[in-house]
Every structure is written in structure tokens, then in C-alpha cells.
Design a protein around this ligand. Sequence first.
Ligand SMILES: CC(C)(COP(=O)(O)OP(=O)(O)OC[C@H]1O[C@@H](n2cnc3c(N)ncnc32)[C@H](O)[C@@H]1OP(=O)(O)O)[C@@H](O)C(=O)NCCC(=O)NCCS
Length: 166
Amino acid sequence: MIKIRRHLQKDIPYRVKWLSNPNVNRFVGDEMGQKTNLKKEKEWFANYQKAKNKKFFTICDDSMPIGFMGLSNISKPNKNADLFIAIGEDDYHGKGIGKTAMEWIIDYGFNKLKLRKINLGVIKDNIPAVNLYKSLGFITEGKMKEEVFYKGKFHDFLSMAIFNRN
Ligand SMILES: CC(C)(COP(=O)(O)OP(=O)(O)OC[C@H]1O[C@@H](n2cnc3c(N)ncnc32)[C@H](O)[C@@H]1OP(=O)(O)O)[C@@H](O)C(=O)NCCC(=O)NCCS
């Protein structure tokens, strides 16, 4: 059963594993395909604990962590934030978990944090992610041509958003 809990210090080794997975890191991070290590992720977590504008969660199959997601740049005045998700374990892709987790975090953003808008960025070639976001009601607000370099090629990048109109 899929469970979602706060992102915790004990998740650091999973962050290293997942962010080193080529099926994940080719689509996430500031530089695609960049690997990480325990030192970097410990630093990230220490900064995360101090940050007031980030809320991250771990997605679990019962008690086993399988991925993570979060809201960053949470702005109270603008009532918006940036969303990120990664199912880190390949065996768990394509089973409806991303969709369940996204519905949970959108509900959290709109109803708990009272956000009005949630933004995300995605490489246009990341078809599973783009389809997932569209199916949830995200619209494409902008397209940055040849924005991201990965494996010898520049890829287009989409800026997408979902609004809470209630
Ligand atoms: C993108 C990601 C979060 C999707 O999660 P998932 O659990 O694999 O996706 P789901 O099984 O919940 O699928 C939900 C929807 O996504 C789309 N989708 C998922 N896999 C797909 C695939 N292989 N091809 C096309 N569409 C796909 C479909 O619209 C699907 O809805 P449907 O089953 O009703 O058709 C996940 O694959 C992942 O973490 N990938 C690696 C990291 C990443 O790309 N993160 C996003 C960065 S922007």
C-alpha cells in the first residue's frame, strides 16, 4: 500500500541511490545525468531542514521508500510553489503511483498550504511525466527551446502549471 510521509534524515541514502539512477537523473536536477554522493545529499538535507520554503515527502510501499517529491520556493505572498517528483525505484514506474502521489501533493499544496498555483518544469521528451501532468490538469505555460543539454543533444523544456480556482 502506498504511504506518504515527511522526508527524513534516514532517507539520505535513498536520495543518493535514486539521484544516481540514470532513469531518474536524466530527467531531474540542475544538470541532467549528474551523479550525487552521500556528502552532497547530507549537505542538501542540512539546508533543507533550515529552509522555510520547502516541503518534501517520501513515497513508500508500506514502509519501504520508493521515491520522493516536494514543493520548493513556496511563496506565501504569491501563493505559489514549484513541484518535483521522482519514483526512484524502476520497478515501481508505470503502476499508478506517480499519479496517486501527485494527487496527494497537489491537494496538500492547495488545501493545506492554501496555494493558488503550482509550477513545474519538465523536459519535453519525458513523455510519461508530461502525460501524467496533463492528465492531472497541468497546462503548458511556456516552452524553452534547447534549454537542457544531455547526452550530446539539447532538449526543449516545458514550464507547466496547475491552478486552484476555488
Ligand atoms: C514521471 C513519473 C513520476 C511518473 O510516475 P509513474 O508512477 O511511473 O506514472 P503512473 O503509473 O502514475 O502513470 C500516470 C500517467 O502518466 C502517464 N504515463 C506513465 N507512464 C507512461 C509511459 N511509459 N508512457 C506514456 N505515458 C505514461 C500516463 O498518462 C499515465 O496515466 P494512464 O496510466 O491513465 O495512462 C515516474 O515515471 C518517474 O519518477 N520518472 C523518473 C523521474 C522523472 O522523470 N520525474 C519527473 C521529472 S519532471
